[in-house]
Design a protein around this ligand. Structure first.
Ligand SMILES: [Zn+2]
Ligand SMILES: [Zn+2]
Length: 746
């Protein structure tokens, strides 16, 4: 912080809870010194906290005790309350460390594992608390004399830097081809870069797991990576050296640059420049965005120096969690990667890259993982310990302890044995480091979710009460908890989502709820439409288009793309299904309405990844700057999609361009939010609106809805700390269960 000893006459003592610098255990730091210096320190901490600081409370008292004549002391830390611990997320390499790594005269010149108290791995190498070297995966490396003296010296930047290392004593790189070590250390990195230049796919071990890397301008290599990974369409993230390199293919706002360069280093979704040709077309086909991150370890920085932008996608098999152990990666990725760049610092817990989008100045998390987990969300009041297991897709769990809700890193889609194993492992780790034993378990109401089944079994085995939470109620409460709202005040929640099990057994997802942690009332919802074949309709958006056309009484005209692309035999079966309601689940999902609109106007008939149709529809709508919404009809608490479907079909057949139709559709969704909120406010007198659910990740909808609601005097709660998608749902489940326990409801 750069405070020098100072002669002073008055003194004050400032208490902080949370953690600062390397004190990642819960601490109460006391500072003593001249009041001006303390005030300066305090305001600096508040306005520009050091990378690893998370200050929760301040207190200051004037003291008459004056010690010596030097005026600024950081007194011995003490643990605040038994069991209260905080763990820092992993932090991107700081500028001081990077400068050393690039200085030929420095002993860490070109050393990929450079770190200090201000940066480096934390969460992913910690085995237990307190956070000390023997409790990390660095325990196997014995510091050399030079490193040890840095570690022991209070004035050194590496004082008590647990992962401190250098080329003499620390972790090393190895490069392998066909399972055999080819070279190690400095030559390993060069060998990997040479292989990348030849178009090879390299599995690279990073901070939280493995990446699969290829050159981002190499169309053949990118296509080969997609083929081998069986990942046909889902966008691939890329890593670039710096902001200037990203500007070659994307337009970047000041706020996007700030987050790209921030110490969490998430993948930021950027708008691709029109007609750019720097990147392989296969990186993000069908979208106008590209996910970009900057290097966050010394290894990445060296890689970026030696090669251009790289695709850096998670090193996993499809539908499985990210790989993090050398032996597992060598085994499972051998059919995908041509070579491996490994190191011998073990990753204790895997942690995927985080993904965010910037809307205006706000950071909207899409995947909250490395760099953010396990920072807690503060609850309104200390409560019992709750384990909330989330939903199914984008799974995370939430473990609460006192007034802290610790949301896990991204685990993956909870649909396979491997993901369940990763979930159990991550949970055991959280319970260990936060010393929390659940008093109650919370899960989704959906009877078939793997997470719900697991929770039921866990609760039964441990004789714990189980709270089953309706999916969209959890979304509403996730937003409430994130914004620290008074639990007694009900708010409005506009929850537009893909899928969620409703209390009536229907598939919900277009919900206007009034509620708080204590419960909810379904004020309005999208009028039910039959969903033929359940999940088959999610994979085949044309089925939803046909169902919506049927519900709206629009004939299946063969000039409509969603009709033209379907064989007559399937049309006959679908028509019969809809007429007899056989195998049809009723749904109020706005996510499915997006699918229907995308298929109806010919954007996408079959989805290869979740929300693909909606993402491509948004990309097309962005080509039109203004468009009028279709009229919104809400009658008896039912939002009617039929007029929208009729208008889309009619305009399409009369030759209106798809971009305009897509744009009008988006604006209609925004108008629906505004009209529904206004009606609900009139009926309830409540003007606080939470926007949540997967659809709120749509930048066009989220941005316009926020602006228009605020213009009309609403207080809008957008999800900015935890995702609006199902990755944030565990927080809402946890808050509901905490409240229920507090009120003696269990
Ligand atoms: Zn550093
Ligand atoms: Zn050393």
């Amino acid at each position: 912080m750069g405070f020098r000893p100072h002669v002073y006459t008055r003194a004050t003592r400032l208490g902080l809870t949370g953690f600062v610098g390397n004190d990642s255990a819960g601490v109460f730091i006391e500072l003593q010194g001249e009041i001006d210096r303390i005030v300066a320190f305090e305001s600096e901490l508040q306005s520009q906290p050091p990378p690893l600081a998370q200050i929760e409370t301040y207190s200051s008292i004037e003291v008459d005790f004056v010690q010596g004549d030097s005026g600024f002391l950081i007194l011995e830390s003490e643990t605040v309350a038994a069991g209260h611990t905080s763990i820092s997320p992993d932090i991107a390499t700081c500028d001081a460390c990077l400068a050393e790594m690039l200085d030929p005269a420095d002993r860490r010149y070109r050393y990929p594992f450079v770190n200090c108290t201000n940066c480096g791995p934390r969460f992913t190498i910690i085995r237990g608390t307190p956070y000390d070297r023997p409790q990390t995966t660095m325990a196997t490396f014995t510091m050399c004399a030079a490193c040890q003296s840095e570690y022991d010296s209070p004035s050194n930047r590496r004082f008590h830097a647990q992962p401190n290392a250098c080329p003499v004593c620390g972790p090393r790189l190895t490069y392998l081809e066909e399972g055999t070590e080819v070279c190690s250390d400095g030559t390993a990195l060069q060998a990997a870069c040479d292989a990348l230049a030849q178009g090879k796919i390299i599995a690279i071990k990073g901070i939280g797991g493995f990446h699969l890397a290829v050159r981002a301008n190499d169309e053949v290599a990118v296509t080969r990576l997609r083929e081998r990974k069986h990942r046909w369409a889902k966008p691939l993230a890329i890593m670039v050296r710096d902001i200037a390199s990203a500007c070659m293919f994307a337009s970047i706002s000041v706020d996007e640059a700030r987050v790209l360069e921030g110490h969490a280093r998430p993948i930021v979704l950027l708008r691709r420049s029109r007609d750019e040709t720097t990147l392989a077309a296969q990186i993000a086909p069908g979208t106008n965005e590209v996910g970009v991150m900057l290097p966050y370890s010394g290894l990445h920085a060296l890689l970026m120096q030696a090669s251009g932008p790289l695709v850096m996608t998670s090193g996993n098999l499809s539908n499985e969690p990210i790989l993090w152990r050398n032996e597992d990666a060598l085994d499972k990725l051998k059919g995908i990667a041509d070579a491996f760049l490994l190191h011998d610092r073990d990753i204790h817990v895997p942690c995927d890259d985080s993904v965010v989008r910037i809307c205006g100045a706000d950071e909207l998390p899409i995947r909250r993982s490395r760099g953010y987990a396990p920072l807690p969300v503060r609850l309104w009041h200390p409560g019992p310990s709750v384990l909330a297991v989330g939903a199914e897709l984008k799974s995370t769990f939430c473990l609460t302890q006192q007034n802290h809700a610790f949301l896990s890193q991204h685990i993956g889609d909870m649909e396979s044995y491997e993901t369940l194993t990763a979930f159990e492992r991550a949970l055991a780790h959280f319970q260990g480091i936060f010393r929390a034993t659940p008093d109650v378990v919370a899960c989704d109401l959906h009877p078939g979710y793997l997470s719900s089944r697991w929770a039921r079994e866990y609760a039964a085995t441990h004789s714990l009460p189980l709270v089953e939470v309706q999916h969209h109620h959890a979304h509403l409460c996730s937003a409430m908890a994130e914004h620290g709202l008074d639990p007694d005040t009900p708010i409005l929640g506009i929850i537009f989502d893909g899928t969620g099990y409703g209390t009536d057994g229907a598939i919900w997802g277009g919900e206007i709820l009034l509620g708080n942690y204590d419960g909810f009332e379904r004020v309005m919802h999208l009028r039910y439409t039959p969903m033929p074949g359940g999940d088959a309709s999610i994979r085949h958006p044309y089925r939803m288009a046909l169902a919506h056309l049927w519900a709206a009484g629009v004939p299946w005209d063969h000039q409509l793309p969603c009709v033209a692309n379907v064989p007559d035999s399937e049309l006959t079966i679908l028509a019969r299904q809809l007429q007899t309601n056989f195998g049809c689940s009723p749904t109020s999902s706005i996510g499915r309405l997006f699918d229907a609109a995308a298929a109806l106007i010919g954007v996408r008939q079959t989805a290869q990844y979740e929300a693909q149709a909606a993402i491509e529809l948004e990309a097309i709508s962005a080509t039109v700057s203004t468009a009028m919404p279709y009229p919104v009809e809400i009658c008896d608490g039912k939002i009617d999609a039929r007029p929208i479907i009729r208008a889309l079909a009619e305009e399409l057949l009369s030759g209106v361009p798809r971009g305009i139709l897509a744009s009008r559709f988006h604006r209609t969704i925004v108008e629906t939010i505004v009209v529904a909120a206004a009606q609900a406010r009139e009926a309830t007198g409540i003007g606080i609106v939470a926007l949540s659910g997967g659809v709120m990740q749509n930048a066009t909808v989220a941005t316009l809805a926020c602006i228009q609601l605020r213009t009309r005097g609403f207080r809008v709660l957008q999800q900015q700390s935890v995702p609006a998608n199902d990755g944030g749902i565990a927080l809402g489940q946890a808050a509901i269960a905490v409240r229920k326990m507090q009120r003696g409801g269990l």
